[in-house]
Design a binder for this molecule. Structure first.
Ligand code: DGJ
Length: 740
C-alpha cells in the first residue's frame, strides 16, 4: 500500500518506489509539509521534524500556542491572511469582501486507481491497478465550503500527482487564486533550472542558484508560451545529469501559468505551481465545484537524467493517449518549408511521389489548403477546400496520397479567424474582442472565443467533415497568436477573469471530442512551433512541433532543453533545407538527420530539389530510422555528461533499449577545433557486465569500459583532408549492440 495514513497522528505518508512524501495535520487544522525526498520508513509521527521554536516579532496561532508561527511552518497548501506572507497557493474572496481563509481538516479517503478529471487533461490509471489516490478534505470554519487536496501515487513511478478542488454548498464565493500544488523545502541550497526563450528559440536551459525573494517562470499569454515552460527543476548545486538530488515540477495545463520559487527570510524554499492568478478568478455558487489542473512532482537523488526518465516513464504510462503512447510514429514529410502556401495539387504530388520512393510514410499538407488562403491575410475558420488548388477537393487529393500507400495528414488552426473569411461574415461576434477597443492583430489574424459552446460545436462539425472526407490519419493543430483584448460575451462583467481558463477549457473540449470521435487520428500540437509545448496538450496530442527553427544547431539547444521535462516521442523533429529558413546556416544533411532522429522524425523540404546523391542519402536515413525508430522514440534518453560537454561546444545524447542490449549515441560538436587533442566519448546507461560492439568495430568492449574509460573518437577533420568536408556542426553517431 503506497499510501499510509495514521488516524491518530493525522499523518499521511505517500511512498513511491524510491521516495517518501509526508504531511501531517497541524494545530491550525491545515496540512503541514513534513518531508519529500528519498524513501524513509513509515512511522506514526516524525515529531522531531515538526519541532517548533518560538521566534520574536512573528505572529502566533493564539495567545496560548505561541510556538506555532505560520511564517516558519512548512505547509501543504497555504493561503494568506493568517501570518504567512509567502506566496499563497489559494485565495478565496468571501461575500463580505474579506480574503482570509481558515480551513480545517475533516477527513480523508483512499481509493485504488486514478480517475481522469472531467473537462481537463489529467493523469489516469484506467485499469485501476497501478495507482492509489488520496483525498484529504478540509472545511471552511465560517462557510459551507470544502477544499480537497488530491494526491496520487503510482506503483512503478517516482511521481506524485497533485491537484485541489473546492466544493461550495453555501454563499457564493470568488476563488481568486487556486494553484495546483505547493512544496515547502527546509533549505534553499538549490539551483533553479528553467527552460526559456522565444519563438524559434524555445526551451533553452537556464540554471541559476536560488536567491532570497521570489523567482518566477510564468506565462500570461493564455498559452503556455514559447517564452517560459511550465516544467522546472530544483537541483542541488552539484547535481548533474548522472548524480545528485533534484525535484521536477510540471503542470498538466496549456494556459497562463505561474511557477514561483520563493526563498524566505529563514532560507526555506517554497514552490507553487498552477494557473496564473493574474488572469484568473472564479465565481463559485452553491452546488458548484472547481477543480485545478494537475501538477506532477518528482524527486530523485540520482541526477537529472534519472529525473527526466522517471517523469517521462510516467507520461508514457499515465498521461499520453494510450492509443499512441508506446506506438511508433510515422516518418512524415511536411510541405511547409518546401512550398509555404504557394502550391498546386500537382506540385504537391511531385513531393509525395518522391517521398514515397524514399520510404517516407506520411504526407502532411500544411497551411494553405482551405478557403482562398494564398497568404496569411485570409480564410482562417473556413475549413473547406480551396477548389482552385484541389479540383477534386482535399478528399480527392487525400485519396491520391492514400493510393500510393502513404498516410495523409492535414494542418488546421482551429482556434483562429481571419476577418476575410466566410466565418467572420457569418459570425463576427465569435471573435475575441473588447467592445469599443481596437482589435490587436497578429499575423493578420484573430482568435475565436473558445469559451462559447457554439464556437466549439461549429469548429468540431467543420473539422469532422474534413476528417471523414479525407480519411485523415494525422492532424497538425496549430495556434499562431496569443490572445489580446480578452473578453467573452458569455460572462457578466464581474466574471470576466474566468475567461482565460474558460478559453482553455473550450480548447480541451474540442480536443476531447475530436480524439473521442476519431481515435485513430494522431494529433501533433503546434503553436508557431513550440508555443504550447506542455503536458495539457500532450494528453490529447502525443507529439508537439518543437520549434519553427529547424536549423540543426539551434535544434540541439532546443531539444536538449526540452529533454529535461519531456521525452523524444513527444517532440516533432524534421530535416529541412539549407541554408536554413530561420538562421541561414548550412549544416550537412547528415547532421540534420542525426539531430532529428531523436524525436518524431520527418522531413520538411522539397526532395525534388536535392541532388540524386542527397536523395539516396535520404533513402538511407529513412531506412536506418525505420530500423531504429522504436529505440529513438521510446528508448531511455540520456544527456551525456563528459569532460567536453562541460563546454557549450559539445553535446551528447544517447538512447538505450529496455534490456540495455542496444543503444545509439550521438556526439555533436558545434564548431570544429584546430589541432584538437584526443577525444573520448563516455557512454552511459549501458550494462557494465555486457559486451558491446560499437559501429562496425572488430574489437568489443564491456559496458563498464565504454562508460568509465570512454571510447576514442577520431578528430573531425585531419588537416590533410581533401576536399575539405563541412567540419563545423558535426554529428558523430555510435550504434552500440550487445554481442553476448
Ligand atoms: C506555424 C507552424 O509552426 C509552422 O510549422 C507552419 O505550420 C505555419 N504555422 C503555418 O502557418
Amino acid at each position: 500500500m503506497p499510501v499510509f495514513t495514521n488516524e491518530e497522528t493525522k499523518l499521511f505518508h505517500l511512498q513511491t518506489k524510491n521516495t517518501s512524501y509526508i504531511f501531517q495535520i497541524i494545530a491550525n487544522g491545515a496540512a503541514g509539509q513534513v518531508y519529500y525526498g528519498a524513501k524513509v520508513p513509515v512511522k506514526p509521527s516524525y515529531s522531531n521534524l515538526m519541532t517548533m521554536e518560538e521566534h520574536d516579532c512573528t505572529n502566533t496561532l493564539s495567545e496560548e500556542n505561541t510556538s506555532f508561527q505560520l511564517e516558519l511552518i512548512k505547509q501543504e497548501y497555504a493561503t494568506q491572511g493568517k501570518g504567512d506572507f509567502r506566496e499563497a497557493a489559494y485565495v478565496i474572496q468571501y461575500p463580505d469582501g474579506s480574503r482570509t481563509s481558515e480551513f480545517e481538516y475533516q477527513g480523508y479517503q483512499v481509493e485504488k486507481g486514478k480517475k481522469r478529471l472531467p473537462g481537463l487533461p489529467s493523469s489516469f490509471d484506467d485499469e485501476g491497478t497501478d495507482a492509489t489516490s488520496l483525498t484529504v478534505t478540509f472545511k471552511d470554519r465560517l462557510y459551507d465550503l470544502t477544499m480537497n487536496l488530491h494526491y496520487t501515487v503510482f506503483n512503478d513511478d517516482d511521481v506524485i500527482v497533485r491537484s485541489t478542488s473546492f466544493e461550495n454548498k453555501g454563499d457564493t464565493v470568488m476563488i481568486d487564486r487556486a494553484l495546483s500544488a505547493q512544496l515547502d523545502l527546509p533549505d534553499d541550497n538549490y539551483d533553479l533550472l528553467q527552460f526559456s526563450g522565444t519563438w524559434a528559440r524555445e526551451r533553452h536551459l537556464y540554471r541559476n542558484h536560488l536567491r532570497p525573494g521570489t523567482q518566477s517562470v510564468a506565462s500570461r499569454r493564455i498559452n503556455s508560451s514559447h517564452h517560459e515552460n511550465p516544467a522546472i527543476i530544483l537541483a542541488r548545486p552539484n547535481t548533474d545529469n548522472n548524480q545528485g538530488e533534484a525535484f521536477g515540477f510540471n503542470l498538466v495545463y496549456s494556459g497562463s501559468f505561474l511557477d514561483t520559487v520563493e526563498v524566505d527570510q529563514f532560507n526555506t524554499t517554497r514552490v507553487v505551481t498552477g494557473i496564473h492568478p493574474d488572469d484568473f478568478s472564479w465565481q463559485l455558487e452553491a452546488g458548484q465545484s472547481f477543480q485545478t489542473p494537475e501538477a506532477i512532482l518528482s524527486y530523485t537523488n540520482a541526477g537529472m537524467n534519472a529525473l527526466s526518465q522517471q517523469m517521462g516513464h510516467f507520461y508514457r504510462d499515465h498521461l499520453i493517449n494510450p492509443h499512441f503512447a508506446k506506438e511508433d510514429r510515422p516518418i512524415l514529410i511536411n510541405n511547409w518549408e518546401a512550398t509555404f502556401m504557394d502550391f498546386t495539387e500537382e506540385k504537391l504530388m511531385k513531393i509525395v511521389t518522391k517521398a514515397k520512393e524514399t520510404g517516407i510514410e506520411m504526407f502532411v499538407l500544411d497551411d494553405g489548403w482551405f478557403g482562398h488562403r494564398d497568404n496569411d491575410l485570409t480564410s482562417l475558420g473556413d475549413w473547406f477546400v480551396d477548389q482552385k488548388k484541389f479540383l477534386n477537393g482535399v478528399g480527392g487529393f487525400a485519396s491520391r496520397v492514400h493510393k500510393l500507400g502513404m498516410k495523409f495528414g492535414l494542418w488546421f488552426e482551429p482556434e483562429m479567424i481571419s476577418i476575410d473569411s466566410k466565418l467572420y461574415e457569418d459570425h463576427p461576434d465569435w471573435m475575441i474582442q473588447t467592445k469599443g477597443r481596437l482589435a490587436t492583430p497578429a499575423r493578420h489574424q484573430f482568435v475565436l472565443d473558445m469559451a462559447r459552446q457554439e464556437v466549439v460545436d461549429d469548429i468540431f462539425n467543420k473539422m469532422s467533415a474534413v476528417i471523414k472526407d479525407t480519411k485523415l490519419d494525422y492532424i497538425k493543430w496549430d495556434m499562431n497568436r496569443t490572445i489580446t483584448e480578452a473578453f467573452t460575451a458569455t460572462l457578466p462583467a464581474n466574471r470576466q477573469q474566468e475567461f482565460a481558463h474558460r478559453y482553455i477549457l473550450g480548447v480541451y473540449q474540442l480536443y476531447e471530442r475530436l480524439t473521442q470521435a476519431f481515435p485513430s487520428v494522431l494529433f501533433e500540437s503546434c503553436a508557431s512551433g513550440g508555443g504550447r509545448f506542455d503536458l495539457g496538450m500532450m494528453y490529447y496530442a502525443p507529439q508537439a512541433w518543437c520549434s519553427d527553427d529547424t536549423d540543426a544547431v539551434e535544434r540541439i539547444y532546443i531539444q536538449d532543453g526540452t529533454s529535461y521535462g519531456y521525452i523524444p516521442s513527444m517532440w516533432g523533429a524534421h530535416v529541412s533545407a539549407v541554408p536554413n529558413d530561420q538562421v541561414g546556416r548550412v549544416t550537412s544533411l547528415d547532421t540534420r538527420a542525426k539531430v532529428a532522429y531523436f524525436g518524431a522524425f520527418g522531413y520538411e523540404l522539397d526532395l525534388n530539389e536535392l541532388s540524386e546523391e542527397e536523395q539516396e542519402t535520404v533513402k538511407e536515413q529513412v531506412a536506418f530510422y525505420k530500423q531504429q525508430r522504436h529505440l529513438f522514440q521510446h528508448g531511455t534518453f540520456y544527456r551525456i555528461d563528459s569532460p567536453d560537454t562541460a563546454t557549450d561546444n559539445v553535446y551528447g545524447w544517447q538512447v538505450v533499449n529496455d534490456d540495455q542490449s542496444e543503444a545509439i549515441a550521438v556526439r555533436f560538436q558545434i564548431l570544429n577545433e584546430p589541432n584538437p587533442g584526443y577525444i573520448r566519448f563516455y557512454f552511459t546507461g549501458l550494462d557494465p557486465e555486457k559486451t558491446y560492439q560499437v559501429n562496425d568495430d572488430e574489437e568489443t568492449y564491456s559496458g563498464a569500459e565504454l562508460m568509465n574509460a570512454g571510447y576514442f573518437v577520431a578528430r573531425i577533420m585531419p588537416r590533410s583532408a581533401s576536399p575539405k568536408p563541412l567540419a563545423d556542426f558535426n554529428a558523430t553517431m555510435f550504434v552500440v549492440k550487445a554481442v553476448d
